[in-house]
Design a protein around this ligand. Structure first.
Ligand SMILES: [Zn+2]
Length: 368
């Protein structure tokens, strides 16, 4: 059974441990101790060294009954800024940060829920299959921790990420593929007043590229944005450099490729029109995923919710999470609503009730 008091106390304790991206070690130590005490074996992989953090991903394993399918749960350890010295307070059943910081319920509500699940499994001597709890570092910086996870330490055949905003009951079954695009334009510097005709404006070429490429919401499942632009040296110099950075996302990889191609073509055409040259770099940030409601990972979560009296809501997201990285490894994984609201803002909150439901959902899934 979920012990609501212990759950809240653990959540407060975890929120009080600073864990900005690349500085998750104190939280890893804390959780390692707690889970080891509950009979989990603890491994920390080498991701920290590879990405410049002070610790790697934490993989806790409970052997369970090996005749049942092995599953895993995942939350990320790191939080965004301002996230130092967070003091949670509860009023009218809602937990918020007392000061001008985030709360860090993203993703510490999930972490506390999983810790409570572990407590309850041990207390009830519940019959569960093998369970991995994977706590990843550096999710907030391009999913770097998951991207450097030591997959040999993962035994789960499929899994559940507790890292979606919105109510418990929402199941993210569709997430986009994403490309990032960087273009550096090279023109020719010249005195803007004396000999502008001998210059080539990299800024004009970049501006035309942005103006002529399709951006914003392209269709229901495809979006594109140029989010950064910089260049030039001074008002009286024809600019020889300009750089634009953007991204494209789509729930369909074929649409993403088409959208990306149109952006790259606009960039190349615009450079040519001004006699500039351009270097374009396209990087696949992560792969998307799409599950039918009949997939076993979806039905397991759906049945657990129904057993709790909650009707599951299947949702698509426009954002990326560690869920994308697991799916790219061909490990079917969905993202579950944990109940936190306004993540990445100082208004972030979670209700005591939702936190309890998140823990109950994890426990119910584990026991199925
Ligand atoms: Zn998160």
């Amino acid at each position: 059974m979920i012990d609501q008091k212990r759950l809240i106390a653990n959540f407060f304790e975890i929120v009080g441990i600073d864990s900005l991206t690349f500085n998750e070690e104190a939280l890893v130590d804390h959780l390692s101790k707690k889970l080891r005490g509950l009979g989990f074996s603890i491994k920390i992989d080498g991701a920290g060294k590879e990405i410049g953090g002070n610790t790697g991903n934490l993989i806790a394993h409970l052997p369970g009954d090996s005749s049942k399918p092995a599953i895993f749960f995942n939350c990320h350890l790191d939080t965004v800024e301002p996230g130092i010295g967070i003091e949670p307070v509860v009023a009218d059943g809602i937990i918020k940060s007392k000061n001008e910081t985030i709360l860090g319920a993203d993703d510490k509500a999930g972490i506390a829920a999983l810790l409570e699940m572990a407590h309850a499994i041990v207390e009830e001597k519940a019959s569960v299959g093998p369970i991995d709890i994977i706590f990843t570092v550096a999710e907030e910086k391009g999913l770097l921790g998951a991207k450097h996870l030591d997959w040999s330490l993962v035994t789960g055949e499929y899994g559940f990420v507790l890292d979606a905003a919105g109510m418990v009951g929402e199941i993210t079954t569709i997430a986009p593929w994403q490309n990032s695009i960087t273009a550096v334009f090279y023109g020719k510097a010249a005195h803007a007043g004396i000999s502008p005709e001998s210059g080539i404006s990299a800024i004009q070429a970049a501006a035309r590229a942005v103006e002529t490429m399709p951006l914003g919401r392209r269709d229901r499942e495809t979006t594109a944005n140029i989010g950064e632009i910089k260049g030039g040296r001074a008002p009286n110099i024809v600019p020889e450099n300009a750089e634009i950075k953007g991204e494209a996302r789509s729930a369909k990889v074929s649409k993403l490729n088409r959208q990306t191609d149109r952006m790259v073509q606009a960039i190349k055409r615009s450079a040519k029109a001004y006699g500039a040259t351009v270097d374009v770099q396209v990087t696949r940030e992560y792969d998307g995923f799409s599950f039918s409601s009949k997939h076993k990972v979806v039905t397991r979560a759906g049945l657990a919710l129904k057993a709790m009296g909650i009707e599951p809501i299947y949702a698509a997201t426009g954002g990326g999470s560690d869920t994308n990285v697991f799916n790219a490894q061909n490990i079917p994984t969905i993202n579950l609503g944990v109940g936190y609201l306004d993540p990445h803002t100082t208004n972030e909150s979670i209700s005591v009730d939702q936190l309890g439901l998140a823990a109950e959902l994890a426990l119910t899934i584990a026991k199925q």
